[in-house]
Design a protein. Structure first.
Length: 271
C-alpha cells in the first residue's frame, strides 16, 4: 500500500496531490468528535479539549513531572517570568508554563497551525489563563510570510504537500513587541536554527532556553546540524544540559556527549 501511495504521489501534479492531502486531513478531523477531558499535567489539573487523533494520543492522559520544566524552574522559570513558547501546538505546555509563572508573569504561545491555535484558545478559556497570549504565526529567522505544509512543518523544496502561508516573526521582533523573555521554550520540528538566527538581540540578554533538537527527524532538512544549534549558546556564556525525550533528568553536556547524535532536548542556562 505504501509503495502504491508513493507511486501515485510521484506522478500526480503537485497541486492535485496537495488538494488530495488537504481533503484527507479535513475528512479525518471532521469525523472526529471533539470532547473535553480533565487530567493532571506536571501536577496541574487542567481542562483540555481533544480535537483530533493526535491531540488524543498526546493529551488524553495524566502527564508526570517533566524534567525540562524541573530544570528550568531551578533558574529563571519562576513566578513573574516572561516566557515564549514557540511551536505551542494546542497550548497544553503553555498552560503549564502559565501556572508556573503565575498572575504576575506572562506566556506568549506561538503556533503556526490555525486549527491548533484555535484549540489552544479554547484551552486557554477553559482554564482562565489570563496571563497566556496566543499568536497564530510562525517563528522564523526574519519577520515576513512563511510557507508551511498542512501538518505545520516548514516547507522544503523536496516536499510535495498541501501548503499554507502564515505570518512569520523573528524572536527579536516578538521581544520588541511583547517584552524580552526570561525563558525561550522552542519546539519547531527541525526549524530551530532558523528560529535562533532571529534571536541575536534576545540571546544577548541571556534568557534560559529549552530547545528540542530534531537530529535525524527534521534538523538536517534545513541544512543545519547540532553544532549549529550549540553555536548559538557559547560555552563561556551558557551551561549546557541534555536529555533524551524518554529520559528522566538532564545531565551536563559536552561536545562529545552521545545524546548529541540523536533527537534530544537541550537546555542552555545563562551564566
Amino acid at each position: 500500500m505504501n509503495d502504491f501511495k508513493q507511486t501515485i504521489k510521484a506522478v500526480m501534479p503537485e497541486i492535485a496531490w496537495a488538494a488530495l492531502k488537504r481533503a484527507r486531513v479535513r475528512w479525518t478531523n471532521s469525523r472526529f468528535q471533539s470532547y473535553q477531558v480533565n487530567h493532571t499535567y506536571y501536577g496541574f489539573p487542567l481542562d483540555v479539549t481533544i480535537t483530533n487523533p493526535l491531540s488524543q494520543s498526546w493529551y488524553d492522559h495524566d502527564w508526570p513531572r517533566m524534567p525540562e520544566l524541573d530544570q528550568l524552574s531551578a533558574h529563571k522559570l519562576r513566578p513573574g517570568a516572561r516566557v515564549f513558547d514557540l511551536g505551542a501546538h494546542q497550548c497544553v505546555v503553555a498552560l503549564m508554563l502559565s501556572r508556573i509563572v503565575g498572575p504576575t508573569g506572562h506566556v506568549l504561545a506561538v503556533e503556526a497551525c490555525r486549527e491548533d491555535a484555535e484549540a489552544g484558545r479554547r484551552n486557554q478559556e477553559l482554564n482562565g489563563a489570563d496571563n497566556l497570549e496566543i499568536l497564530h504565526a510562525a517563528v522564523a529567522a526574519q519577520t515576513g510570510p512563511i510557507t508551511f505544509t498542512l501538518d505545520a512543518h516548514v516547507d522544503t523544496p523536496s516536499q510535495k504537500s498541501a501548503k499554507v502561508t502564515v505570518d512569520g516573526y523573528s524572536i527579536d521582533d516578538l521581544a520588541s513587541r511583547y517584552g524580552a523573555p526570561d525563558v525561550l521554550f522552542i519546539d519547531v520540528e527541525g526549524y530551530e536554527c532558523q528560529a535562533l538566527k532571529g534571536a541575536e538581540r534576545t540571546l544577548r540578554q541571556k534568557p534560559d532556553c529549552f530547545v528540542e533538537v530534531h537530529v535525524g527527524v527534521g534538523l538536517e532538512n534545513f541544512g543545519a546540524s547540532v553544532e549549529d544549534v550549540l553555536g548559538f549558546f557559547p560555552r563561556e556564556e551558557f551551561d549546557w544540559y541534555g536529555c533524551l525525550p524518554d529520559g528522566l533528568q538532564f545531565a551536563p553536556l559536552t561536545s562529545e556527549s552521545t545524546c548529541l547524535r540523536q533527537h534530544f532536548y537541550l537546555i542552555a542556562i545563562a551564566r
